[in-house]
Design a protein around this ligand. Structure first.
Ligand SMILES: Nc1nc2c(c(=O)[nH]1)N[C@H]1C(S)=C(S)[C@@H](COP(=O)(O)O)O[C@H]1N2
Ligand SMILES: [Mo]
Length: 422
């Protein structure tokens, strides 16, 4: 069944519930159309606008080359010519990873892997580890500072802890620092860090932190950080260092991320949030309004997506900053898609992808750390200027942007769009 079919099938009932919840009989004051019959709701549900909006939602997974890119460096490490890339270790044939102890805050290691003594880990060795330990999982890449997801992928690689264990660590390891190729210019280094505990163990049902070499079944491209990048499942993009070259085990007890200097909260996992993808900027009075969007499913999940259309000049109590008392109504979160997209081979979820069953079906929905789609059909309203808002409710029942409303811990502000009805 397609998303659209599923949506339509549920929709007659949904609309009825929806309009009832709005208390539509008392709607005159806010200019809503009268209660629709089941029949009318059904005909709306067959509206070509809704069909078109859902059909044009874009695929669940993003083709690797269609990700938005957030890369620093002059030149950008993925733009340097092939022979130079080979020379600096940015190809699978020449890649080398140093795994060392921090000179200033040494960790006690039995062994270090360095280029100087020829022991640095190469790509073949990583793949060898992969034969036994490789994992894959779905995750949305989002920049803490941009807010809108950059792309949704199945990331594959070796748990970082496998490489940490190769150093035979004994004591005094509190964090793992890591960074990538930066044109041999200290000033261009983009680095990140994690507590050792997060690397060695996976809290709750999170996938491990990985040294990633495949995205959606393809070798990781130079643009996406290949040959090898770190991918941290529950974090914003800045923890997922591209063109990885160094892992430094340290006894320093504090974060050392490049992003700290930008006033960012570097210990803030992915937040849940909703945003629109399509809505009528101009609409005719009395005509139902078709809205679609996406929800980023953060660390606390998403139990609902809700929308609220209100007259543009509606006064709102200043103490209710997040519109908690507004008459929000539920949108429908679309089921797992018929076609996954993202250039997955045979459009199938690769075998043994964490979070999916043997038949390639998601074990939970909406899946945490993913981006899902939603749609809503709002009853027609009288002429005027309106504000359309949407939000998520997490699995603990907490509405966006709570429980972590601060901008520098990741975007989650409630989106506001203007709808002109004539
Ligand atoms: N080496 C390196 N890794 C990096 C970056 C960078 O500039 N250099 N940018 C980071 C940031 S801020 C984000 S949001 C993600 C973006 O990943 P993408 O370009 O694959 O979408 O990569 C991260 N990894
Ligand atoms: Mo970012």
């Amino acid at each position: 069944m397609s998303d659209l079919h599923r949506f339509l099938e549920n929709h007659a009932a949904l609309s009825r519930r929806y309009f009832l919840r709005l208390g539509i009989t008392g709607s005159a004051a806010i200019g809503l159309s009268p209660l629709l019959s089941a029949q009318a709701a059904d005909s709306i549900s067959k509206s070509p606008e809704l069909a078109k909006a859902i059909a044009t939602l874009g695929s669940f997974f993003t083709p690797p080359e269609a990700f938005q890119d957030v890369s620093r460096g002059k030149p950008l490490p993925h733009s340097i010519p092939d022979d130079k890339r080979k020379e600096v270790g940015l190809t699978r044939e020449t890649w080398k990873l140093e795994v060392i102890s921090d000179k200033e805050h040494p960790a006690k290691l039995g062994k270090q892997f360095t280029k100087a003594d020829g022991s640095a880990i190469d790509f073949e060795t990583l793949l060898k580890l992969g034969e036994k330990h490789a994992v894959r999982f779905a995750k949305v890449m989002t920049c803490l500072n941009i807010g809108c997801p950059l792309g949704m992928g199945i990331w594959e690689g070796v748990p970082l802890r496998e490489v940490v264990w190769l150093t035979k660590p004994r004591e005094d390891v509190r964090r793992v620092f890591y960074y990538g190729y930066h044109n041999d210019d200290e000033g261009q280094m983009f680095k990140s860090s994690l507590p050792i505990g997060r690397v060695l163990e996976d809290p709750f049902d999170l996938p491990p932190v990985i040294l990633c070499y495949k995205l959606n079944g393809e070798w990781l491209s130079p643009t996406r950080g290949g040959p090898v990048r770190v991918v941290v499942p529950e974090h914003y993009g800045f923890k997922s260092i591209k063109w990885l070259s160094h892992v430094v085990l340290t006894n320093k007890g504090m974060a050392d991320d490049t992003y700290i200097s930008g006033n960012n909260d570097v210990d803030s996992p992915l937040k849940s949030l909703a945003a629109t993808l399509s809505f009528p900027e101009k609409a005719a009075a009395g005509q139902p309004l078709t809205v679609t969007g996406y929800a980023q499913v953060g660390i606390s999940g998403v139990s609902k997506v809700q929308v609220w259309l209100t007259k543009g000049d509606t006064e709102w109590p200043a103490e209710d900053k997040y519109f908690a008392t507004a008459p929000w109504v539920d949108a429908e979160i679309l089921s797992p898609p018929e076609h996954w997209g993202g250039k997955l081979e045979g459009d199938r979820i690769p075998a043994a992808t964490l979070g999916f069953d043997e038949g390639g079906k998601p074990k939970t929905w909406p899946m945490r750390l993913a981006k899902v789609h939603w749609a809503a059909l709002l009853p027609g309203v009288a002429a005027g200027e309106y504000t359309l808002r949407c939000r998520t409710i997490d699995e603990k029942g907490i509405a966006q942007p709570m429980p972590r409303p601060f901008r520098k811990s990741g975007h989650a502000a409630i989106e506001e769009k203007t709808v002109m009805v004539k």
